[in-house]
Design a protein around this ligand. Sequence first.
Ligand code: AMP
Length: 118
Amino acid sequence: MCIFCKIVAGEIPSNKVLENDEFIAFHDINPVAPVHILIIPKKHVENFQSVTPELMANMTSFIQDVAKELCLDKNGYRLVTNNGKDGGQEVPHLHFHLLGGAKLKWTHLTENDTHKSL
Ligand code: AMP
């Protein structure tokens, strides 16, 4: 069982923000912004590449509700999902990072500064 499935099952504690039948939002244990929430489906889906449009449609509404709950909808936020090895995904259970609470920086994401062509 993956670590986020254990959170869903209540075997590992989490600091929950919002929950419904399909999704849970909880605080990241290692925040990189003043507000750093993880939003996951209760059903185990490995990552964004394997999510269905139907699940994603409901997840979109839930993410919007979480942003409203935390009053991030007015000033804005960043939504990130790390997908697979090159994306830097550490936990193999689909999750979106909802980041906000301050004006966020944007930076180069690799050591090589030249990304004009892939
Ligand atoms: P990623 O690198 O996109 O897979 O992100 C995984 C995130 O999960 C990291 O930001 C971790 O800090 C976070 N994380 C890992 N274990 C827990 C946990 N038990 N509770 C809350 N956040 C966690």
